[in-house]
Design a protein around this ligand. Structure first.
Ligand code: SF4
Length: 373
């Protein structure tokens, strides 16, 4: 029996699915735009060159699926200020070069701020156990990652550990994208890992409100192609429905113990997502019961000290927000691949391994015949 990874990368099946996708788009008889909201989907699409197999009349666009990219300037500023105040800030490597108003965490470290790179919240807790210094975990990521933070908090971290939460909740962001006036999106591919936590049933309300189909997809090339075929069929027929094409991991109810942990620790709050908009209920913040672990309540964060340095003049040309809203592509940015490259990123979308600009720079995002959305 073939290994599962090979099974989901079978070229013959991929060709058959590409033909089915063409038929679905032909049946619509119009140019079609479908959106996924996951950096892992964009990585797989770019890495395996799937766009070259998509119909020319189909645009598959990445939306706000990179948690690092949507971490807002004031959230980065808070982490930078804490580091410059002498608090040890532990965070993912991707977060280091995300620009704040005047500095990134990497800049803060260069100025003597205490910034540690960790692989996850458990490592940050281990750091705290090994020292008497205050350790703040600057937590980013969607609900999948927030569950890990919640579990660690419920396990009881040491007294010198706290969390600066920049965790985001993806379903409300889909609501925003669906109502962007210029949007051409006719359906959404939902991320299988997030849906494994929340369950696919969470999209039923969205589908009813916006009359747009949602299909849950896994991350292997055939998972993505099969889900796109079904999504294009539903869009072609203008059938608003939720379908789960990742049943080996996702159920309607999702992971109930993980949901219980998530909502025991976090509550949703409205807030700005970088470059996009205010997203009602889009931020995950610690509940009042966990105020003693909330860095925002534990420390007086001195943001005034960040006013001594002007923002990067190039950043005003960054169109990350338009890219994440699905109304532009990296190819539309005048800085892409010139002033803005992974070694010298101007915007957050070029920093993270899950950012659209970074992925397009690494793998090439679209065949040359494909026009920018
Ligand atoms: Fe922003 Fe750079 Fe992407 Fe342009 S290429 S949108 S400057 S991150």
């Amino acid at each position: 029996m073939s290994a599962p990874q090979i099974q989901f990368r079978d070229p013959q099946r991929a060709k058959a699915l590409a033909a089915a996708l063409q038929r679905a788009v032909d049946r619509a008889g119009r140019r079609m735009a479908l959106m996924h909201v996951c950096g892992s989907h964009e990585q797989a699409i770019a890495r395996y060159g799937l766009r070259s197999a998509f119909p020319r009349e189909l645009d598959v666009i990445m939306g706000p699926g990179c948690p690092v990219c949507v971490t807002d300037l004031p959230e980065v500023d808070e982490a930078v200020a804490l580091a410059l105040q002498g608090v040890r800030v532990a965070t993912y490597g991707d977060m280091l070069r995300v620009p704040g108003t005047s500095r990134s965490l990497a800049d803060a470290r260069a100025e003597g701020g205490k910034v540690e790179v960790v692989y996850g919240v458990s490592e940050a807790v281990r750091l705290a156990r090994a020292t008497t210094e205050e350790i703040v975990f600057f937590a980013s990521g969607f609900e999948t990652t927030a569950v890990a933070t919640a579990a660690e908090i419920l396990r009881g971290p040491p007294k010198n550990f706290s969390v600066l939460s920049a965790h985001k909740y993806i379903p409300p962001a889909m609501e925003i994208v669906a109502t962007v006036p210029e949007t051409r999106i006719e359906g959404f591919l939902a991320a299988g890992h997030a849906a494994s936590i929340t369950g696919w049933g969470i999209f039923e309300g969205f589908v009813a409100r916006h009359r747009l189909p949602v299909v849950v997809a896994g991350f292997e090339p055939l998972d993505i192609l099969a889900a796109l075929v079904r999504l294009a069929e539903l869009a072609a027929d203008r059938t608003p429905a939720v379908e789960n094409l990742y049943p080996r991991c996702v159920t309607r109810e999702g992971n109930l113990p993980a949901q219980e942990q998530l909502w025991k620790v976090f509550q949703v709050e409205g807030g700005h997502w970088r470059g996009i908009a205010d997203v009602p209920d889009g931020n995950l913040r610690l509940r009042p019961e966990f105020a003693h672990l909330d860095a925002r309540r534990r420390f007086r964060i001195d943001l005034e000290r960040l006013r001594d340095c002007a923002p990067d003049a190039l950043s005003e040309h960054c169109i990350c927000g338009k890219i994440m809203s699905g109304i532009a592509s990296p190819a539309s940015c005048r800085l892409f691949g010139k002033e803005c490259v992974p070694d010298t990123p101007v915007g957050a979308c070029m920093v993270s391994a899950e950012g659209t600009c970074r992925i397009w720079h690494q793998y090439g995002g679209a065949p040359q015949w494909r026009t920018a959305p």
